[in-house]
Design a protein around this ligand. Sequence first.
Ligand SMILES: NC(=O)c1ccc[n+]([C@@H]2O[C@H](COP(=O)([O-])OP(=O)(O)OC[C@H]3O[C@@H](n4cnc5c(N)ncnc54)[C@H](O)[C@@H]3O)[C@@H](O)[C@H]2O)c1
Length: 530
Amino acid sequence: MLLTLTNVAYALAKAYPSSAVRAARPYSWLQSAAMSEFYNDIVASNGAYKYFLDGQWRESESGKTVSVTNPSTRQTCYQVQACTQGEVDKMFESAKVAQKAWAKTPLWKRAELLHKVAALMRQHAKPIADCLVKEVAKPAKDSLSEVVRSADLLDYCAEEGLRFLGEGQLLAADSFPGHARNKLCLASKVPLGVVLAIPPFNYPVNLAVSKLGPALMAGNAVLLKPPSQGAVAGLHMAHCFHAAGLPTGLLAVATGRGAEIGDYLTMHPGVNCISFTGGDTGISISRKAGMVPLQMELGGKDVAIVCADADLALAARAIVRGAFSYSGQRCTAVKLVLVEAAVAEALVGALAAGVAGLRVGLPEEDADITPVVSSSSADFIEGLVRDAQEKGATFVNGAFRREGNLLWPLLLDHVRPDMRLAWEEPFGPVLPVMRVASVAEAVAHCNASKYGLQGCVFTRDINAAIAISDAMETGTVQVNAPPARGPDHFPFQGFRDSGIGSQGIRNSLAMMVKTKSTVINLDKESYAMG
Ligand SMILES: NC(=O)c1ccc[n+]([C@@H]2O[C@H](COP(=O)([O-])OP(=O)(O)OC[C@H]3O[C@@H](n4cnc5c(N)ncnc54)[C@H](O)[C@@H]3O)[C@@H](O)[C@H]2O)c1
């Protein structure tokens, strides 16, 4: 159903109370029972959400709050606390103390706790997902699957952590020239201390849990700074950790203004690791951070290279899905199609047909295209489109259309390297197509980008696919499918300005520990079975 924002209020009213609509949605078996009781503690008497410190939900001594804006209505939907620097100091102090005790907690007990959190998240998936719908305009079905996926991630992390963290190394000195077997080295994995976790707005639950799970399992404390849009979903999620019995102080959640606490958090002497997912902000954080391990998952300009021999129907379906799900607001969205000229006409026709089938509307109605996160984001996207238009790109499926933060999906053909859309990340429902003379030209364009997150190639020739994947300087290349971050145990990393380090459950566990060696010096050499 096509909607305009003039009838948004009517549609919202229709979307919320209707039990018929709810019953038709997937995961209906996950409906939460007593939302109000479970979440009693986290809302202040004035309706603002509290922050979390020392196992308690609190109002900030600043007396100030930050508004969270519903992207669909552009009205305030929640208020969260504007934490002060003093409150941040207290979070680091408590986290440091709590971490020492947590590091002495057996691995199986840590795993048990993560399983409990996962169970609570499943039980409360609906209210958490409802926050995502309101705060970041994510379609209802996708919001729910983000929460369920996050619970699955925690379970997997607990299992993987038991195996991975329990293993160390025994090294004997005699394998190095000049040494005898009179020294034995026991290398084990020990926690880093306090991990600062900063997720972005587009997956505020999943990308928080993907940091919290590995960090806690590995024996660390966590200070979570949720994004402003998505903060309330993050607070609800954090409440599941609290309700599962997480020791006091081990997790703190700071909400507030970037100007007040952003740099203060990332440059705080109490930080022992920063795990950040977001845009170019991550680059400036990397420059300012002290000597601490950094896990940075940043922006992307993922290309889809379509070879002349590709299955064009498959490619078009995959590209439309990859470009437009969650309205293109995904780091791994297809953000540029590079198609060999011989099949460009046919591919653009198939893409146009796919785009025509997308439903534009509200997240409550599970529309494919929903309002982008903010007016400034919509302005930025519009700027990229206008630039391409002025420089000669053509609109394949009608003119640019915008109402408030809602942008109709746009397919642009004949995009050229002198246009901003050839290089910049729109983070919106816009798909540029650039026609190339050869696959080599496509690969060269991909490698000239400042980003190197993912990319994909469509071809029927597996030998060509491997050669193109090897030539593409990106963290991951998908063959005959769009870029994707999941499944969450796959390694996930960006090259160049797209990141530092690697995610994926095992890689994140590895990020959250350092190696500690104990060397046993024997009074004489000793050889096993000798
Ligand atoms: N590579 C990945 O895994 C991945 C995944 C999802 C999103 N992203 C990227 O994230 C971006 C969109 O998300 P966004 O708009 O929330 O990104 P953003 O960089 O604006 O914000 C990310 C987080 O950083 C916080 N922040 C902002 N300024 C800060 C400061 N000075 N100090 C500390 N924290 C600060 C924000 O509040 C938010 O929590 C896109 O560029 C997208 O590609 C990357």
